[in-house]
Design a protein. Structure first.
Length: 308
């Protein structure tokens, strides 16, 4: 398995899969780049960039599993994912639920469905939805993971020419999670042979600029999971769009009224929301929370519409 990281000169370095053990050794990573957003609305991004907002069905759950300790009421949430058409290559963010969820959800997720019951049609899978806007699986250059929880790992290994990008801490944690997070990771989704992985290094590579043009930046936002990241997308007409993903899965999280129902660190989760607030204030970004059913209704949905 080919793995790319950064050396201390900021150059990409290829390693083999044997480096993926938790040895405690320090990776040599590029210095953290600055997030230059002094006037993001004048950012010189290509005029052909488009952002598509899809979803792979919904999850039926209880309020307490989304807003920590908030109640036993039924609560149904969307499962979003995103496609970005860019002149340098198509980018899938997350991919939602895996197609196997629509085929036999209990076989794929096991007892998880007793708390989070996925409602998904086979046609909702990310590969078919890409086709609905003219993107073949072979034409996706990057699959970028916010994290590797089961409702975000549906694109891993589905796009044969894609490089997969994730925080190294998230990838390693997914193979050996703490007991309270174990059910959130479906190893069959991400433990796939022959994939091309690039690992980011947390604070050292914060604000990683995928194409070097400011269009897609990856913001390190741990707390919901150890290696969670959010995304700042800058579009030619819409301007900045901040995809919080699960750093804030509802507006209650965003407004500091509740913690997410699942977290690896409450302190990190709170700090990540504060960090995203600062970015939103600095950029004037349109904020898209991760799973808020009412907030999600307010956005333009693919395949019939997109943001440019």
């Amino acid at each position: 398995m080919k793995i790319l990281e950064f050396n201390d000169r900021g150059q990409q370095v290829e390693n083999d899969s044997g480096s993926l053990t938790r040895t405690g050794s320090t990776s040599h990573l590029a210095a953290r780049p600055a997030l230059r957003v002094e006037n993001p609305h004048r950012a010189r991004v290509d005029s052909d960039i488009q952002l598509y907002m899809f979803q792979t069905g919904t999850l039926r759950t209880k309020t307490k599993y989304i807003k920590m300790n908030q109640g036993e009421e039924d609560f149904e949430i969307p499962v979003p994912w995103f496609l970005i058409k860019h002149p340098k290559g198509n980018v899938v963010i997350d991919g939602g639920n895996a197609i196997e969820v629509a085929i036999d959800k209990r076989a794929h997720w096991g007892a998880v469905i007793d708390a989070y019951d996925p409602i998904m049609d086979v046609r909702d899978n990310c590969v078919d939805q890409c086709l609905s806007v003219g993107v073949e699986a072979e034409d996706v250059r990057y699959v970028v993971q916010s994290h590797l929880h089961l409702d975000h790992s549906g694109a891993v290994g589905r796009f044969p020419n894609a490089q997969h990008i994730v925080q190294r801490s998230e990838y390693e944690y997914a193979f050996d999670p703490d007991w309270f997070s174990a059910a959130a990771y479906i190893r069959a989704d991400f433990d796939r042979p022959g994939l091309d992985w690039k690992f980011l290094g947390g604070e050292y590579t914060d604000n990683f600029d995928l194409f070097g043009d400011g269009a897609i930046r990856m913001i390190f936002t741990p707390g919901h999971s150890p290696g969670h990241q959010s995304f700042l997308i800058t579009l030619p007409n819409t301007g900045p769009v901040l995809l919080t993903i699960d750093a804030a899965y509802t507006l209650d999280h965003w407004d500091n009224k509740a913690l997410p129902g699942l977290i690896s660190s409450a302190v990190d989760a709170a700090h990540s929301v504060a960090k995203l607030h600062k970015i939103a204030e600095d950029t004037g970004a349109l904020v898209v929370t991760g799973h808020d059913p009412d907030h999600w209704k307010t956005f333009r949905k693919a395949p019939n519409s997109f943001y440019d």
